[in-house]
Structures are given as C-alpha cells and as structure tokens.
Ligand binder design. Structure first.
Ligand SMILES: [Fe+2]
Length: 276
C-alpha cells in the first residue's frame, strides 16, 4: 500500500495558520511516500510569502513535490511576469516550474505547469496547458513499470468539474486529459477551485481520475480548509478529504476509485498501438 498527502492552495500571505501548522504536524507523523503540493503556495508571489512557504516546506519530511499555481508569479511586477515569471518560485521553493518528475519503484509523478503570468485573454488566472509538455509527461507516465501508480500533477483541473465554485477553463485541457488518459495515467491531481473532489474522467477506459484538493488558506469557497490523503493498493485508490473543524482535521468525504487492472492495461496498450 502507498500513501500520498496532497496539500494545495496554501496561499502563504492569507494562509489559515492553525490549519497549516496542523497539516505540517500530520505530515511529520504520518508515514507517506510523498507530500505533493498542487500550486498556489503564495497569495501574491511576494518574496516574504515565498520565504514563509520555504520555511514551512523545510519542516516537512522528504520527498516533497511542488508544482506552481497562478498565484506563484510576482503579481505586481509586470517585467518579471513577462520575462522571468517563475524565477522567484524556482529559486525560493527549489522545484522546477516545468517538467517536474518524481520516481519511486511503484510510483511516478510528473508535473506540468498550467499557470501563466500573462496570456491573450483578460483573466490570467485561468489555465493553459502546453501540448509538447503534455506529451513529454505522458510518455514518461506510459513508460512506468506495470502496476506503478501514475500521477500527473498540475494546478488547474484539466476538465471542468460540474458543481465546483469556479472554473479553470484550461486552454487545450480536454485534449491534454485525453492524451494523459491514453498514457494510462491513474490520477490527475489539481487544486485551484478550493473544494475537494474525485471523479472518473469520462474519456478513454474511465480508469483515469481527476482529484482535487481543498485549500489550506482563508480563501474558502464553500468547503472547509483541508487536504487529501491518497492511499492505494493494486486494486483501488482511496481519496480521503480531510476538513479543518476549527481545532483539528476530520475526514469529510471518502472516494474509492477502482484501478485499471492488468487486463485493462493490456487493452489500453492494444488500443494505443492500433491508433498509431
Ligand atoms: Fe488558489
């Protein structure tokens, strides 16, 4: 069995301090294979916010894997946003903004950057995915050993989730989700909407799941602050959304997601080969 803690949207600057401290304490006392953070680690991309985030990250047990969100580029610095949008994030957080990867014998995680510091539409908080980066990540996921859990991590949900309080509107998101699903990805882990969810992606063999985490900030959107505990065995993945109840976390909702069996993996490979 494996376990991942997924934190998201901590928004240092407007973080919910007690919840962030309690989440750190849980991370230090809960054995897990990876702590994965799906973006928006700061609120405005200020140096002091990154410094606070880096201090907190230092208290967590390794391995830790972070991808950036739309709040992780300097909000008030147009020059930086245009020419080196992820420099501060990469220098202070210490993780690459693009093509991030984590590998263990039974787990592979690829990170893709869906956040942009500027784009040709008025709302820059929405997502964009680069299909070249998508294909590189999908190839790496596909090459993982049989039975390994394959995860794609990014900030914005690639497909709109019905019932969530806001949208990611990721340009090329559906196309990318299709590519990932054909590569045999098990989970696409995201943040951005600040509510937890776990749903099958209704393309491919429906054994790829979109999983979102709540926020650890004060920016609630109808769900309590929280995070996900993701556990897996060869048959299924269990996602437990933990919610902050004012003094501690409590399980709010549990999803059991059937994993793609070896028979289904073989079928997926046949379909992929037939479509070449
Ligand atoms: Fe956020």
């Amino acid at each position: 069995m494996g376990r991942i803690l997924q934190f998201s949207d901590i928004h240092f600057g407007v973080e919910l301090r007690e919840a962030v401290e309690a989440a750190g304490e849980l991370a230090r006392t809960t054995p897990c294979d990876l702590i994965l953070i799906t973006g928006d680690i700061t609120q405005m991309g200020y140096r002091r916010e990154f410094a606070a985030a880096a201090e907190w990250l230092k208290t967590l047990p390794e391995p830790v894997f972070v991808v950036p969100g739309n709040h992780d580029t300097p909000y008030w610095d147009p020059l930086a946003r245009l020419f080196w949008p992820w420099r501060r994030y990469e220098q202070m957080i210490g993780h690459p903004a693009n093509d991030h990867m984590f590998k263990a014998p039974d787990l592979i995680v690829r990170g893709v950057n869906t956040a942009r510091a500027a784009q040709m539409r008025p709302n820059w908080s929405k997502g964009v995915i680069d299909l070249e980066q998508t294909r590189r990540a999908a190839d790496a996921l596909e090459a993982a050993p049989d039975g390994a859990l394959r995860i794609l991590a990014c900030h914005h949900p690639l497909i709109e989730m019905i019932g969530t309080p806001m949208t990611g509107e990721v340009s090329r998101g559906r196309e990318a989700a299709d590519i990932f699903s054909k590569s045999g990805v098990d989970l696409i882990l995201t943040g951005h909407v600040h509510v937890p969810f776990a749903l099958p992606i209704s393309i491919g063999d429906k054994c790829s799941y979109a999983v979102g985490a709540s926020t650890l900030s004060r920016r609630n959107r109808g769900a309590p602050a929280g995070f996900n505990i993701i556990e897996w065995n060869p048959q299924e993945v269990t996602v437990t959304a933990q919610g902050w109840v004012g003094s501690h976390f409590e399980p709010q909702r549990v999803w059991n997601l059937e994993r793609r069996g070896s028979e289904r993996r073989a079928r997926l490979r046949e379909t992929a080969e037939a479509s070449v």
